[in-house]
Design a protein around this ligand. Sequence first.
Ligand code: CS2
Ligand code: MG
Length: 420
Amino acid sequence: MKITEVRVIVTCPTRNYVVVKILTDEPGLYGVGDATLNGRELAVATALKEHIAPLLIGRDPDRIEDIWQMLFRGPYWRGGPVQMTALAGIDIALWDIKGKRAGMPVYSLLGGKTRDGVLAYTHAGGSDFNEVEDDVRRKIAAGFKVVRCQVAIPGNAGTYGTGGGAEAASATWREQPGNSHSGRSAWGDGGPMPMVETWEPAPYLRTIPRLFAHLRDQLGDEIELFHDVHERLTPIQAARLAKELEPYHLFFLEDCLRPEHKESFRLIRNHSTTPLAMGELFHSRWDCVPLLTEQLIDFIRCDLGHIGGITEAQKIAHIAETFYVQTAWHGPGDIGPAMHAANVHLDFATANFGIQEMVSFPAQVHEVLPGAPTFERGYLQVSDKPGLGTDVNEEAAAKYPYERAYLPMTRRADGSMMDW
Ligand code: CS2
Ligand code: MG
C-alpha cells in the first residue's frame, strides 16, 4: 500500500480548521487528520503542502512510527508549534487509515478500552459570581460532573474565558480595525489587529479564591470545579493562589505558569496540595518529562494537535503512568473534530486517563467535519467504526473559505505586554 496524495483543506465553518486528507492506492481508503494551529493556520498548511506532502508520496502509510521519526528528526530543525501541528495532522490521518484497513476503531489498536465512557468537562463563566453560579447550574443540568469556572475580574477589561462556553474561551477574533476591548490599539495605525485585553495580577489574585468560596457555598461539595490560570502568574503568585484555593478542593488548577517555567512548579508544590495540571503549550515529551519524573503536576494536558498526534501522546501517557500522573488532553474549539476523536480514542485506551476537555461544535462544523465524539450524562463516546470515525465533506468545506483571525493579546495597565 502506498500514499498517493496528501490533501490540505483550509476551511472556516465559523472558525478556521486545517484538515489533512491522506489518500492511498487502495480504492476508497483514505485517512482524515486535523492540523489546526489557532491564529497561524496558513503557516501549518504551507508546511504541509510545500515541505511534508512531497516526502510522503509513495510511502507505506502503515509505517506510522517511522514516518513520525522521519518528519521529527529528518528536517534537522526540531519541533515548535508549526512543525508539531503539521506532524500531528499526518499522524492522526495515518492512524485513521490503519484503523480502517484493520477494520478496527483506533482505541482497539491502541490497546483496547480501559473504561466504558470518557469523563468530560466543560466551561462556565460570567461577569460576576452569580452569573458563573447560574452557568455552572446549567452545566450540571446538562449532565456535567466537572466544570471549569472563569469570572471577569473587576478592573480587568475582557478577562479571558468569561464568555462561558468552551467555544468562547477558545475564540479568535477576526481582523477588524479598532477591535480592542480596552480601547488600546496594538499598533495604533488603525489597521487589522487582534483584540487587546487588560490584565493585572492583584485584582485577579483577590477575586479567584472569593469566586470559589461563593461557588462552594452555593453549590456544595459534590460538583467538581476547577480554574484555568492561562499561564499568567509568576511562581510565587501561583503558589499563593494554589494555597488559598485549597479549602475549595479544586479538581485541578490549570496552567499556572508559562511553559518555560518547569522547575518553578517545585515552588507551588512546596506550598499547596491543590492538584496541578499543565501542558497545552508543550510541544514534545521532553517538555513533560521534568514535571512527570519529579511528580510536580497531577494531570498532563498537552494538545495532541500540537505535540505530533496520538503517537507522541501515547508515549507521554505511558511515562506519566509510571509517575502516577493522569492525562487531561487539551480539547478546545480551535482543534477540529478529528483531533477530538483522537483524544477520546486515546482516553479509552489509557489506564491513567484523568479527564477530557470537550466542546459542542456548531452545526456548520458537523456539516463539514462529521463524526465528533458524542456526550451523554457526563461522559464522551466515539464511534466503533473502523478508524477514528470522523470525515471531511470537501464540497461543504469549500463553502466556508479561510478568514484571517487572531487570538487576543493582553497588556498590563501600564501598557506593557502580558501573556494572553
Ligand atoms: C484554553 C484554550 O481550553 C483551554 O484550556 O486554554 O481555549 C486556549 O486558550 C486555546 O486553545 C488557544 O487557542
Ligand atoms: Mg487552558
